[in-house]
Ligand binder design. Structure first.
Ligand SMILES: NC(=O)c1ccc[n+]([C@@H]2O[C@H](COP(=O)([O-])OP(=O)(O)OC[C@H]3O[C@@H](n4cnc5c(N)ncnc54)[C@H](O)[C@@H]3O)[C@@H](O)[C@H]2O)c1
Length: 262
């Protein structure tokens, strides 16, 4: 695998922490030039400077992925710093635990705006840049087990991740003529701050009684017998960013320890 991402210019959104940061670290260690893009400017800066201190090539940019203007500016800054864009990870996302009958219009719209619209805009704007520089490139979107199954406490989140899968398939068909591949990967339960928030929400709704109970209960069906950590994901994400996946497009690669079998 090593070398197949070396020199590539890669944007990763939501890379200040969690899964996005792990994706960026692995790519940078293998020689890619990475752009750490996040709504939280402080964590983006910190991750980029840690990667740079470790010998990697990284810059940080603040972005709200639901804003086309922000995403255009992110791509503009990337191209002015590194000269081009080879790979775009639309990874930023938010979640929320909420019993099905209590999901409000505001809850639905907030999640769809960032997870759904954000991926649409990120895919479109990355593709425009890739086409303008002569074609070729890879777009990789973060789906989920929630993009394959509807879960009763995550209806709006599941809708947003099904949207990610749909946008990925549509974009793969739309962009193949420009030699741009579009894929997504589907994590299961990953121990990040996102799950710490969900764990608190389970308790607030009276669904669980103590910290870690939600993540432990939710993880009972993992065939490999344990919750994942962001490092478990990067074999797949680096593969999708590398030349080794050149003949793969329109796919969702599950990396969930065997929670969803399809
Ligand atoms: N943790 C899991 O179990 C899990 C499972 C499946 C899929 N996912 C998906 O993986 C992705 C990353 O999740 P994570 O667990 O690393 O979460 P996280 O909360 O640890 O990190 C998400 C990052 O995205 C950033 N972000 C949020 N809204 C943004 C916006 N509008 N614009 C730019 N950046 C924004 C946050 O500041 C944060 O740094 C998300 O799309 C999530 O839905 C996570």
């Amino acid at each position: 695998m090593s070398g197949q991402v070396a020199g590539k210019v890669v944007i990763i959104t939501g890379a200040g922490r969690g899964i996005g940061a792990a994706i960026a670290w692995d790519l940078a260690e293998k020689g890619a030039r990475v752009v750490i893009a996040d709504l939280d400017e402080a964590t983006a800066k910190k991750t980029a400077s840690q990667i740079s201190s470790n010998g990697g090539s990284a810059i940080s940019v603040r972005v709200d992925v639901s804003s086309r203007k922000d995403v255009q500016a992110l791509i503009g800054q990337t191209v002015s710093h590194f000269g081009r864009l080879d790979v775009m990870f639309n990874n930023a996302g938010i979640s929320q635990t909420c019993p099905f009958l209590e999901v409000t219009e505001e809850d639905f719209d907030r999640i769809m705006t960032i997870n759904g619209r954000g991926v649409l805009i990120g895919t479109q704007e990355a593709a425009k840049q890739m086409i303008a520089q002569g074609g070729g490139g890879k777009i990789i979107n973060t789906a989920s087990i929630a993009g394959k199954q509807g879960y009763p406490l995550f209806a709006h989140y599941c809708a947003s991740k099904f949207a990610v899968v749909a946008i990925t398939q549509a974009a793969a068909r739309a962009l193949a003529e420009h030699r741009i591949s579009v894929n997504c990967f589907g994590p299961g339960v990953v121990k990040t701050e996102l799950w710490e928030q969900l764990d608190r929400e389970f308790i607030q709704h009276g669904l669980t009684e103590e910290p870690q109970q939600a993540i432990n209960d939710f993880s009972q069906s993992i065939l490999l017998g344990r919750v994942s950590v962001p490092k478990d994901i990067v074999g797949v994400t680096t593969f999708l960013a590398s030349d080794a996946s050149d003949y793969v497009t329109g796919q969702t690669v599950m990396v969930d320890g065997g929670m969803v079998l399809i």
